[in-house]
Design a protein around this ligand. Structure first.
Ligand code: HEC
Ligand code: HEC
Length: 346
C-alpha cells in the first residue's frame, strides 16, 4: 500500500516535471529592451502572434535586422539570410526557381517572399515548422543552406564588440546565445509588415483601380478568393492544385510532414502579395511568369486522389480574364515595403 502511494507520488512528480519543462519550452522568451508597438494594418485580422503579452522590442528587432544581413551566420560567410531572401525581390531569391546555399547546393524549394509572418502559425511550403525560431535554427544548421553550427556563430559574434553591446542592450545578462540569436531574428521577421500596395490604398479610399484591374478583381473574387482569401490572400490551408510532381525533386509537400496520403502534393496556399517582385512561382519555382502560373489552373490540372475538389474541372478563364486577373495581381505590389529602411541593411 505504502509503496503504491510512493509510486503514485513519484509518477505525479515526474509528470509535473515534464509538464513544467514543456510549459517552459512553450512560454515565450522575453527580451528586456524598449517595447515596440505593433500596428495591425487597417482591415487586417488580428495576427496569430500575441504582441500584447509578448511585445517586440526596438533593440531586439534592430539586432535581428543586422543578423538577417550578417554573413557570419553561415559557414563561409557567403550565405546570410538575405542571400536567399533579397529585399529587392520582396525577400525571395531574385530571378531563381530554387536558391543556392552553402557549397552552392540547391534548396529543395523556392524561397517564399517574406512578409506579414506574424499572421502565420506554420512556416515553409509544407508547414513543417510551427515557430520562427525553428525556421532560423533549421536554416543556420542545414548543410545546403547556411551550413553552420551555433557555437561557431556565437564565437564569431562574440569577437565583435558592437554585437556584444547590441546583444546586451537587447537581452541583458544573457548576451549572445543560440536562444538570443534566434529570438532577435524572429523579432525582426515578425516586424515585417507589407500593407501598402495599390490594393491597400484602394481599400483605404486613397486610390482607385483602373477598369481592367477592377474587372480582374471580379474574376479573382469569383475564381481564386476561395483559397487566396482576405487581405493576406491566403486561407493558410494546404491544397493540391494539380501540379505534377517533379521526378528530380520527388516533393510530396504536406505529406512529408503528416505522413498521411490524403496530404500528398498539398502545399500551403501562398499569399499573393508582391508577386511582381517575387518570381519564380509555385513551391519549386517551376513557373517563371505570373501568367503561366495562372494559366496552369485552366490548362494543366494533373488529376490525383488528393486534388482539391474546387479544381476538379480546372478554372475556366478567357484570355481577357487572364489578362485582367494578372493586372489585378500586380496591384498587390508594395514597393514601399521593399524600400523601407526598417527592413534594409545599414
Ligand atoms: C540557401 C537559401 C536560404 C537561406 C540562406 C535562408 N533561407 Fe529562409 N527559406 C529558404 C527556402 C528555400 C525556404 C522555403 C523552404 C521550404 O518551404 O521547404 C525558406 C523559408 C523561410 C521562412 C518561412 C517563410 C514562410 O512563408 O513560411 C522564413 C521566415 C525564412 N526562410 C527566414 C530566413 C532567415 C531568418 C534566414 C537566416 C537565418 C534564412 N531564411 C536563410 C531559403 C533560404
Ligand atoms: C483550390 C485552392 C486555390 C485556388 C482556387 C486558386 N489557388 Fe492559387 N494557389 C493555391 C496553392 C495551394 C498554391 C501553391 C502551389 C504550390 O506552391 O505549388 C497557389 C499558388 C498560386 C500562385 C503562385 C504564388 C507564388 O508565390 O508562388 C499564384 C500566382 C496563384 N496561385 C494565383 C491564383 C489565381 C489567379 C487563382 C484564380 C484564377 C488561383 N490562384 C486559384 C491554391 C489555390
Amino acid at each position: 500500500m505504502r509503496s503504491f502511494r510512493l509510486l503514485t507520488i513519484l509518477v505525479l512528480a515526474v509528470a509535473g516535471g515534464v509538464a513544467l519543462l514543456q510549459s517552459c519550452r512553450k512560454s515565450e522568451f522575453r527580451p528586456t529592451g524598449t517595447p515596440l508597438p505593433f500596428a495591425v494594418p487597417q482591415g487586417f485580422p488580428q495576427p496569430a502572434y500575441d504582441f500584447t503579452n509578448y511585445p517586440l522590442t526596438a533593440e531586439a528587432v534592430d539586432l535581428g535586422r543586422r543578423l538577417f544581413y550578417e554573413g557570419a551566420l553561415s559557414k563561409d560567410s557567403n550565405f546570410a539570410c538575405s542571400s536567399c531572401h533579397m529585399p529587392n525581390a520582396a525577400f525571395t531569391t531574385f530571378d531563381h526557381d530554387r536558391s543556392h546555399g552553402y557549397n552552392h547546393a540547391h534548396t529543395l524549394r523556392n524561397a517564399p517572399a517574406l512578409a506579414n509572418l506574424a499572421w502565420y502559425t506554420n512556416y515553409f511550403h509544407d508547414g513543417q515548422y510551427d515557430g520562427l525560431e525553428s525556421v532560423v535554427r533549421r536554416h543556420i544548421t542545414h548543410p545546403n543552406e547556411m551550413g553552420e553550427n551555433f557555437p561557431e556563430v556565437q564565437a564569431r559574434l562574440s569577437a565583435d564588440t558592437a554585437y556584444v553591446r547590441r546583444f546586451r542592450a537587447a537581452y541583458g545578462f544573457i548576451g549572445i546565445s543560440d536562444v538570443t540569436i534566434t529570438n532577435a531574428l524572429r523579432q525582426f521577421l515578425l516586424s515585417m509588415v507589407s500593407a501598402d500596395s495599390k490594393w491597400d490604398r484602394v481599400q483605404r479610399g486613397e486610390a482607385t483601380l483602373t477598369a481592367t484591374e477592377a474587372a480582374g478583381e471580379q474574376v479573382f473574387a469569383a475564381k481564386c478568393a476561395s483559397c487566396h482569401s482576405g487581405p493576406l490572400f491566403t486561407d493558410f490551408s494546404y491544397r493540391n492544385t494539380g501540379l505534377e510532381v517533379d521526378p528530380a525533386l520527388n516533393d510530396y509537400g504536406r505529406m512529408r510532414v503528416t505522413g498521411r496520403s490524403a496530404d500528398s502534393l498539398k502545399f500551403r496556399v501562398p499569399s499573393l502579395r508582391n508577386l511582381n517582385l517575387s518570381a519564380y512561382y509555385g513551391h519549386d519555382g517551376r513557373f517563371s511568369a505570373m501568367r503561366t502560373m495562372v494559366r496552369h489552373y485552366r490548362d494543366d490540372i494533373h488529376l490525383s486522389p488528393s486534388l482539391d475538389p474546387l479544381l476538379l474541372n480546372g478554372i475556366s478563364l478567357t484570355t481577357a480574364e487572364e489578362d485582367e486577373v494578372v493586372r489585378f495581381l500586380q496591384t498587390l505590389t508594395d514597393s514601399a515595403y521593399t524600400r523601407n529602411p526598417k527592413y534594409l541593411p545599414n
